[in-house]
Design a protein around this ligand. Structure first.
Ligand SMILES: [Zn+2]
Length: 266
């Protein structure tokens, strides 16, 4: 299994793309979040991946930096192949009921009602996921969970046959500490370093620093810690700064990806 990291930034970045990625397994591709605009297509094209190459997608929640890029995936990757009568399997979009309702509105509005109705009849499947729901997707054993985010519903997942946990863009709720102890890969959002906390006016209830994430990964005995959903990498030092701070508190392997990096999950 591989992760193609399309973007690593939080909602307000301009230089980087918003945090989202593609999971590839057995030649199949699943998009996880879509960022905030048609930059998702540009990021994918730099990796030689077309929207038509995607088999399915998951949107974690309705914030603009995760949801709105999916409008472009719908247009290029799902609608056009149907209109041009290309042979394609059904495309499944996984998300909470709130996410699917938002996509239903955006799809109907941007594709036009006629095309949208045809798309749902012929190719697009909107599949709701709930807390504790298990699904086999692109050959992987997904288990979805509710992150218990406070401002709107947000779902995340673990992939049990890869020991991989994606926690979304909110701090991991304490409820899950025991469940996600001893995992091989733990992905956490890191908004900035501890030393930049004041400069960034870090919204403490919503985001964590690289130091706080490292302390949690150490406590949960994760073997690999992936840190993303961070600030703009203005001067190219973000990777070093986050990793240097995290390694003071965590003994495992630290991955701070840049946009367009590939991470191999074995
Ligand atoms: Zn976000």
């Amino acid at each position: 299994m591989k992760l193609y990291v399309l973007g690593t930034g939080h909602a307000d970045v301009l230089k980087n793309y918003n945090n989202c990625f593609i999971i590839e397994n057995d030649g199949k591709k699943m998009l996880v979040d879509a960022g905030g605009g048609n930059g998702v297509l540009a990021q994918m094209s730099k990796l030689n991946i077309s929207a038509k190459d995607l088999d399915c997608a998951f949107i974690s929640h309705n914030h603009s930096d995760h949801l709105l890029g999916f409008v472009w995936i719908l247009r290029w990757g799902v609608l056009y192949p149907m209109l041009y009568k290309e042979e394609k399997d059904p495309f499944v979009l996984y998300g909470s009921n709130e996410c699917l309702q938002a996509i239903d509105f955006l799809g109907k509005t941007t594709c036009g009602e006629k095309h949208w109705t045809k798309l749902k009849e012929n190719r697009l499947i909107l599949k709701e996921v709930k807390d504790n729901q298990k699904e086999k997707i692109i050959g992987l054993d997904f288990e979805f969970f509710d992150t218990l985010a406070t401002d709107m519903p947000q779902m995340a997942f673990c992939i049990n046959n890869k020991d991989y946990v994606f926690t979304g863009d909110v701090p991991l709720n304490e409820k899950y500490y025991e469940k996600f102890t001893n995992k091989k890969y733990l992905c956490l959002e890191a908004f900035c370093t501890e030393s930049d906390r004041v400069k960034n006016s870090l919204p403490l209830s919503k985001h964590k620093t690289s130091a706080e994430c490292a302390k949690l990964a150490e406590k949960l005995k994760a073997k690999n810690l992936i840190l993303w959903h961070g600030e703009d990498d203005i001067d190219g030092t973000r990777k070093e700064r986050y990793a240097e701070e995290a390694k003071k508190f965590y003994d495992g392997n630290i991955v701070v990806p840049n946009d367009l990096d590939t991470i191999v999950i074995d």
